[in-house]
Design a protein around this ligand. Structure first.
Ligand SMILES: CC(C)(COP(=O)(O)OP(=O)(O)OC[C@H]1O[C@@H](n2cnc3c(N)ncnc32)[C@H](O)[C@@H]1OP(=O)(O)O)[C@@H](O)C(=O)NCCC(=O)NCCS
Length: 157
């Protein structure tokens, strides 16, 4: 199967929302949030697509307000279809998202990238740590099911 990364097209929204609901089901019900994120201005999405152009992975990125009205990049969601994991696509999607935030760094005055990850999600924590993310100080957040969400950040330098 030929796989590749590309920008999101309008026709991807519905299949991406279905894929995201499936990929993130263990962390909560994202069936309401994902369709909103995928059509909101200020959110952008890189898509991993297969030979038939169907989405099989995604990285959804936005910009949020940080301390003292600063702005920071935020990786809202990153996921790869179960059967395609462990082949480097998650890392490519993450790298692409960081590169996109770099491109917008000056225009949007961004200095940090943040994300939340479940404390039990070893593969994702390993991936984020190896890309330079570290747990950020602050309050501990929790997902809907009570699982601890670690906030990780990386300087956008
Ligand atoms: C996290 C996720 C995106 C990684 O995608 P992937 O395509 O498997 O990742 P890659 O193949 O690029 O591997 C990235 C790193 O994770 C490691 N990894 C992959 N699967 C792993 C596992 N089961 N256990 C431990 N580490 C693992 C790899 O070893 C690799 O590190 P390395 O390059 O040092 O060997 C994928 O597991 C996923 O979609 N999970 C469900 C959704 C999710 O949890 N998203 C993250 C929070 S939003």
């Amino acid at each position: 199967m030929v796989l590749g990364l590309r920008a999101m097209l309008p026709r991807d929204r519905a299949p991406l929302a279905r894929l995201g609901v499936e990929l993130f089901a263990e962390f909560g019900d994202y069936s309401q949030a994902l369709p909103i994120w995928l059509r909101s201005p200020g959110h952008w999405c890189r898509v991993l697509a297969d030979g038939s152009e169907a989405p099989v992975g995604l990285a959804l990125v936005t910009v949020t307000e940080g301390p003292k009205r600063s702005r920071q990049g935020y990786i809202l969601a990153l996921g790869v279809q179960d059967s395609l994991r462990g082949k480097g696509w998650g890392r490519k999607l993450l790298k692409d998202s960081i590169a996109e935030l770099h491109r917008r760094k000056r225009q949007l005055d961004l200095h940090w990238i943040h994300l939340n990850v479940a404390a039990s999600n070893r593969p994702a924590i390993h991936l984020f740590e190896s890309a330079g993310f570290r747990p950020s100080p602050g309050e501990i957040a929790r997902y809907g099911d009570g699982e601890i969400a670690i906030n990780m950040r990386r300087a956008l330098d």
